[in-house]
Design a protein around this ligand. Structure first.
Ligand SMILES: Nc1ncnc2c1ncn2[C@@H]1O[C@H](COP(=O)(O)OP(=O)(O)OP(=O)(O)O)[C@@H](O)[C@H]1O
Length: 267
């Protein structure tokens, strides 16, 4: 996608990325994507098209068969330091024997922060997600939505340049999901974090995204890259009623289902 504003700096560049699993299955092929510093890019596509594979390659959890991931101008090797990931399965991502505050503070050891600094940063992030009062509790004492907010707080406290979110709100109720979407938008706005968010929810992809990247299948590739020019700040009811929102969600929906018109605007 071409630079739209002066000073556009690609925080993340994905070049000709291909990943084949050990059984030979090519999950993604020749993926090229640039993401500007501070952008929130939603990634959608049919089940099995390679969304998680793409995120895992960027996170350094699996090694691409071909191609490069360039973060902050440097090709990545393994798991980059300035990156955090929020997964859908919050029940497995928090340590049950640590308090909420200690779960959030734990990764900060990698930042070389003192114990007092870690505790302060953890409390600040818990405050941001509205969970300061639960700091001394254990994850299993919290609801699913609260546990997912702890996972998000842990990512925020780390202050990564790039936050990867893989279906982060897939297991929570509709109201909590909306709250977490708005929390993500606030975080991005206040900390200028760059976010890649994989979702199955087309409305969500448009509501939170500055761009929506649609992947196609067999093997996974970028089928469309749409800029979402909806006014900010976004608001759950009024934004979703805008004619432009309705148009975009229909366009993304058609692209995901493969029923788009040949003239559909794609980048
Ligand atoms: N470890 C693996 N070994 C072999 N094939 C795999 C492995 N993991 C995933 N795949 C295959 O790679 C393809 C892409 O999987 P991936 O999980 O990235 O898709 P996805 O778009 O995230 O799917 P979903 O939306 O259902 O979560 C699928 O065909 C999947 O079956």
């Amino acid at each position: 996608m071409p630079p739209l504003t002066p000073g556009w700096f690609p925080l993340l560049e994905i070049k000709d990325l291909t990943h084949a699993y050990a059984d030979g299955h090519v999950a993604i092929k020749d993926v090229n994507l640039s993401v500007a510093d501070g952008e929130l890019v939603s990634i959608v596509g049919p089940s099995g098209c390679g969304k998680s594979t793409l995120l895992r390659c960027i996170a350094g959890l699996i090694r691409p068969t071909q191609g490069h991931v360039i973060l902050d101008g440097k090709p990545t090797e393994g798991i980059p330091d300035n990156l955090a990931v929020v997964f859908q399965d919050y029940s497995r991502s928090l340590f049950p024997w640590l308090t909420v505050r200690d779960n959030v503070a734990l990764p900060l050891k990698r930042r070389g922060m003192s114990r007092a600094e870690r505790r302060e940063a953890a409390m600040e992030a818990l405050e941001a997600v509205g969970l300061a009062a639960a700091a001394g509790k254990f994850p299993w004492q919290l609801s699913g939505g609260m546990q997912q907010r702890v996972s998000i707080a842990r990512a925020l406290a780390y202050r990564p340049s790039l936050l990867l979110m893989d279906e982060p709100f897939g297991s929570v109720d509709a109201q909590t999901r909306e709250d977490l979407e708005d929390l993500t938008l606030r975080v991005r706005g206040s900390d200028g974090m760059t976010i890649l968010l994989v979702t199955h929810d087309i409305d969500e992809s448009v509501y939170v995204g500055d761009r929506v990247v649609v992947l196609g299948s067999s093997p996974g590739h970028i089928k469309a890259d749409l800029r979402i020019d909806l006014p900010a700040p976004r608001e759950q009811i009024s934004t979703r009623q805008l004619p432009e929102f309705v148009r975009l969600r229909a366009e993304v929906g058609r692209l995901v289902r493969g029923t788009e018109q040949p003239t559909a605007a794609t980048a």
